[in-house]
Design a binder for this molecule. Structure first.
Ligand code: PBG
Length: 327
């Protein structure tokens, strides 16, 4: 090729790892990562989740060790999910001061509260006998406004147990406002809200429902979670949650919804999180176990794509491992 000046040669900037690192437009930092953790009431040893190899339902003790490891890897936060021993139609375990998440939150905020951000998922599906995210009407629909009262009570219980961030994931209308006002009234104005603002009714949650023992016993969640076909609706949900007082907002799932992350990042000025959900984890683990994908490279590539799309924080079951790889 005859060189002519000036000639664009983008490959000059790809000649060595150091050069590529120097010009990288996107970085993933360990503190961007949030590790979801499951804690199971009454468990005497960690219980493996078969559809999520490497993920377990923790005991109260083993979850402390997991958070300790996350802290030492530099992970930014942990998100706690509870699995109660007893479920009922109103999800009583969710706001019981002696409930599984509240007990763990006390342990974790005492031990690690200044080293990592301790968050809790705020929902009812793990705690209800019917597996839905809210209270049911007689005809079996989820009763939005009755559910808000339950969410408000859960928020206060989690705050009393030392949580720093509550993360409502039930997609009820008005949930952020109800939770903000309950927290403020109870004197917890410092507790932040990370709203699962644009949460889709996704088949990618399949493995999570094994991990959290939270599959709906009838029907599905399509009457409260979003339709995968919609974009502007997600932006509306995000705007509403921010107006109601959300400190951070989330898009979920991530990989099949990178376009939503891009749009959300452009249109909101609060920190934007995205959740790399159980089905994304399971797909990569299954392919890697078959020798079909290079596991480590795929993990880092997906995390990079989340950040490139505009997510500030990423919830991922690989948080600890990825944090160590990125240090
Ligand atoms: C509801 C909740 C779900 C997830 C997080 N919070 C399940 C659902 O909506 O059915 C899914 C997370 C994942 O798949 O990793 N409490």
């Amino acid at each position: 090729m005859t060189a002519r000046f000036p000639e664009a040669r983008p490959r000059r900037l790809r000649t060595s790892p150091a050069m590529r690192q120097l010009v990288a437009e996107t970085r993933v930092h360990p503190s961007d990562l949030i590790l979801p953790l499951f804690v199971k009431e009454g468990a005497s040893s960690p219980v493996p989740v078969s559809s999520m190899p490497g993920v377990v339902q923790h005991t109260r003790d083993s979850v402390r060790k997991a958070v300790n490891d996350a802290v030492s890897a530099g992970v930014g936060g942990v998100m706690l999910f509870g699995i109660p021993e007893v479920k009922d139609d109103r999800g009583s375990g969710a706001d019981d001061p002696a409930g599984v998440v509240q007990r763990s939150l006390r342990d974790l905020s005492d031990e690690f509260g200044s080293d990592i951000v301790v968050m809790a998922d705020l929902c009812l599906d793990e705690y209800t006998s019917h597996g839905h995210c809210g209270l049911l009407t007689k005809s079996g629909d989820v009763d939005n406004d009755a559910t808000l009262e339950r969410y408000a009570s859960i928020a206060v219980a989690q705050a009393a147990a030392g949580v720093s961030v509550v993360a409502p994931s039930g997609m009820m209308d008005g949930q952020v406002a109800a939770i903000r006002s309950a927290l403020d009234t109870a004197g917890y104005s410092n507790v932040a809200i990370l709203a699962y603002a644009a949460k889709y009714a996704s088949a990618f949650y399949g493995p999570f429902r094994e991990a959290a023992e939270s599959a709906p016993q009838f029907g599905d969640r399509a009457a409260y979670q979003q339709d995968p076909a919609n974009v502007t609706e997600a932006l509306r949900e995000i705007r509403m949650d921010v107006a109601e007082g959300a400190d951070m907002v989330m898009v979920k799932p991530g990989l099949a919804y990178l376009d939503i992350i891009v749009r959300a990042a452009a249109e909101t000025d609060v920190p934007l999180s995205a959740y790399q959900v159980s089905g994304e984890y399971a797909m990569v683990e299954a392919a890697a176990a078959n020798g079909w994908l290079d596991r480590e490279r795929v993990i880092l590539e997906t995390l990079t794509s989340y950040r490139r799309a505009g997510a500030r924080q990423i919830l991922t079951y690989w948080a600890e491992e990825a944090a160590r790889a990125l240090r």
